[in-house]
Design a protein around this ligand. Structure first.
Ligand SMILES: Cc1ncc(C[n+]2csc(CCOP(=O)(O)OP(=O)(O)O)c2C)c(N)n1
Ligand code: SF4
Ligand SMILES: [Mg+2]
Length: 298
């Protein structure tokens, strides 16, 4: 289990240009603290690559490669094959990709790499839209969210479809290890990174990354919003290993969804009817979770 005193003082990602309060820096920084300097990072087009590789600065002290939006899975395959060909077994291959780059345009490459059983860790940091290009919806944008191409107004309440369940898509591959996490729960995330580090083959972590700029909240609320997402059941923390899912339950009763929604500008337009729709969707998802998966305390 990761404890403060076990954490290295070394920084492998620092000096990035993310917006104040962004969860993204925490995710990259902590992931690399766990994996250490024998790591190579693949970065598709996204906020993560944009804010950490601005010429002439490079914010990684480990080797990193920025690459095409769709290709993270294929690049991770190439990296792990290259290491294998050279007989190098002590280097971690890490992908850091957004929700659009993972659940939309990069899904085929990721699915192929997982199915082939290549040796890598893939982190999808989920800020629930294409943020780098100005807040367009992705298939991981939640119902009701206002984005530039799911705008709210007299004719629409914003995004119409619920989030695609990426965790379940990865489980369907019978991947050796998959988890969901949140930048608001850093120890849970680091423990999942430790677990992923100890396993070979494809490993996948889907981590929620609150985005003050795209979601519309003050930069000092990032952790509070991330925690509210879990406490209201709008996000969950879970692990899949050896064919079983374990849910890390924070509390038996979920807080009202409104507590999470009203703090964010992207949901401010919602009416009682739409909030009811969101609550019903959350409840039906949790009914499925409670029937199918083992629930355990965090
Ligand atoms: C083939 C292709 N289409 C579109 C783009 C433009 N583009 C760059 S980043 C990006 C959005 C990335 O969204 P996401 O993966 O969610 O990462 P985020 O920016 O939210 O961190 C887009 C559309 C591109 N680089 N390549
Ligand atoms: S737009 Fe959002 S995800 Fe991108 S750097 Fe800013 S706060 Fe972070
Ligand atoms: Mg995104």
């Amino acid at each position: 289990m990761v404890k403060v005193k076990n954490l290295t003082d070394k920084e492998y990602l620092y000096g990035h240009k993310a917006c104040p309060g962004c969860g993204l820096g925490t995710i990259g920084r902590l992931a690399l603290k766990i994996l250490g300097e024998r790591t190579i990072v693949a970065l598709p087009a996204s906020c993560m690559s944009t804010v950490t590789t601005q010429y002439p600065q490079m914010n990684y002290s480990v080797p990193s490669l920025t690459m095409a939006f769709a290709g993270t899975g294929a690049v991770l395959t190439g990296m792990s094959a290259g290491l294998k060909a050279q007989g190098i077994t002590d280097v971690h291959v890490l992908g850091l990709a957004g929700d659009g780059g993972t659940a939309d345009i990069g899904l085929q490459a990721l699915s192929g790499a997982v199915e082939r059983g290549d040796d890598f860790i893939y982190i999808c940091y989920d800020n629930e839209a294409y943020m780098n290009t100005g807040v367009q919806r992705s298939s991981l944008t939640p119902i009701g969210a206002n984005t530039t191409n799911s705008p709210s107004g007299t004719a629409s309440y914003g995004e119409k479809k619920p989030k695609k369940n990426l965790f379940e898509i990865m489980i369907a591959h019978r991947i050796p290890y998959a988890a969901t996490a949140s930048s608001a729960y850093p120890y849970d995330f680091m423990n999942k990174m430790e677990k992923a580090k100890s396993i070979r083959g494809p490993r996948f972590i889907h981590i929620m990354c609150p985005c003050p700029t795209g979601w519309g909240f003050a930069s000092d609320l990032t952790v509070e919003i991330g925690k509210l997402a879990v406490e209201t059941g709008m996000w969950y923390l879970a692990e899949y290993e050896n064919g079983k899912v374990r849910m890390n339950v924070i509390s038996k009763t979920l807080k009202p969804v409104e507590e999470y929604l009203i703090k964010q500008r992207r949901f401010r337009h919602l009416t009682e009817d739409t909030i009811k729709l969101i609550r019903e969707h959350r409840d039906s998802e949790w009914r499925i979770i409670r029937e199918r998966w083992v629930l355990s305390k965090c």
